[in-house]
Design a protein around this ligand. Structure first.
Ligand SMILES: *Cc1c(COP(=O)(O)O)cnc(C)c1O
Length: 337
């Protein structure tokens, strides 16, 4: 059976590197949304907890419930539950979200500082404070998200400036409405790797904890955590001139030993069409089209590492490492090594 290996040493190395950048492990929140970027939600939560991480960020309530015992606080980005829960905080992406929660719920208010995706505008900050106090919600955090953290431009620094203006407004209204000072947070992985010092209370790191960045210029030594392994279904000798797989796209130019392995596009691996030159981690050639549940490779090893560097694969498919990783099927067995 195919499986995914999770390298604990690599993960701890990344968490240590990032903790140092943000100013301590208490200032590092791990983003575990989307099945921990395809790595395996519970497995990564257990490891993060063992390392000493106290905060996690997920997409919905379902993910939060599966891992709440491992953290002090979990911030949910896009779903709501009216029952207050000591450990769970909810993101307010618009003024309307305030009506979705009941008294005493913990919230983090998102302010839009230039992405124009989620969050309230500068002009809505006072209204938000008014509605939050009316509903007696607990404003535990105020946050924003940067649009160009991993672009090769200074746009990030323009937006950090916008964020600083937003924080000033928030501090003004905190006094007026007699709220406690909330936790401020803004940075994702790329931001942490680009700013000299990080001033907010914590950072929300996803991709870098898994060992990647999409930055053009970055020499932070991060280590990929995940590798995808296939197991051999069977071997055969392909004679010169014979073809393999759908459409017979690959044609042998010599006699060769090939094997079929139990990973395909049904497992979330990209459907390679066999026309280029895609190889496995140990440089064995993938032959012809990838099928739904299998692929043919020039190898006769019992097990083969399909990839251990999502960045390389993402370049091949003209996408980003996030995309390669999050697609991996949750049903593949995860093994921590
Ligand atoms: C996904 C996400 C992050 C993490 O981004 P990375 O680039 O993976 O570090 C941070 N903040 C928010 C709001 C997100 O949705």
């Amino acid at each position: 059976m195919s499986f995914i290996e999770l390298d604990k040493k690599a993960y701890f190395h990344n968490l240590k590197t990032l903790s140092q950048k943000v100013g301590g492990v208490d200032k590092l929140a791990v983003v575990l949304k989307d099945n921990a970027y395809g790595h395996g939600l519970v497995e990564m939560a257990i490891l993060a907890c063992e390392f000493g991480i106290k905060r996690a960020i997920v997409r919905n309530l379902d993910e939060a419930k599966k891992i709440q015992k491992y953290f002090e606080n979990i911030l949910i980005l896009y779903s709501y539950n009216t029952q207050p829960n000591k450990k769970l905080s909810f993101t307010i992406n618009s003024l309307h979200d305030i009506s979705k929660l009941d008294k005493n719920s913990s919230i983090h208010l998102k302010i839009d500082t230039g992405m124009n995706r989620n969050g309230i505008s500068f002009l809505e900050i006072e209204k938000a404070f008014y509605l939050i106090s009316q509903k007696e919600l607990k404003l535990d955090g105020v946050m924003t998200h940067f649009r160009s953290a991993d672009e090769d431009s200074d746009d990030l620094f323009w937006q950090i400036n916008q964020w600083q203006q937003a924080k000033k407004q928030v501090i003004k209204f905190i006094k007026k409405y007699k709220f406690k000072k909330p936790l401020f947070h803004s940075a994702n992985s790329a931001t942490i790797l680009r700013v000299k010092t990080y001033e907010d209370d914590f950072a929300r790191c996803g991709i870098a904890t898994y060992g990647y960045t999409e930055l053009l210029h970055d020499n932070t030594p991060l280590k990929p955590v995940l590798s995808l392994w296939g197991e051999k279904i069977g071997s055969r000798v392909l004679k010169k001139g014979e073809r393999v797989g759908y459409g017979g796209v690959f044609k042998a130019s010599k006699d060769m030993v090939i094997s079929t392995y139990d990973i395909g596009y049904g497992d979330g691996f990209f459907r390679y069409d066999g026309t280029g030159c895609l190889t496995t981690a140990n440089s064995s050639k993938i032959l012809g089209r990838v099928s739904m549940d299998s692929m043919s490779i020039e190898s006769d090893d019992e097990q083969i590492c399909i990839f251990d560097d999502a960045k390389k694969l993402s370049k091949y498919f003209h996408t980003i490492s996030y995309d390669i990783l999050t697609k991996l099927s949750p049903s593949i067995k995860r093994i921590i090594v």
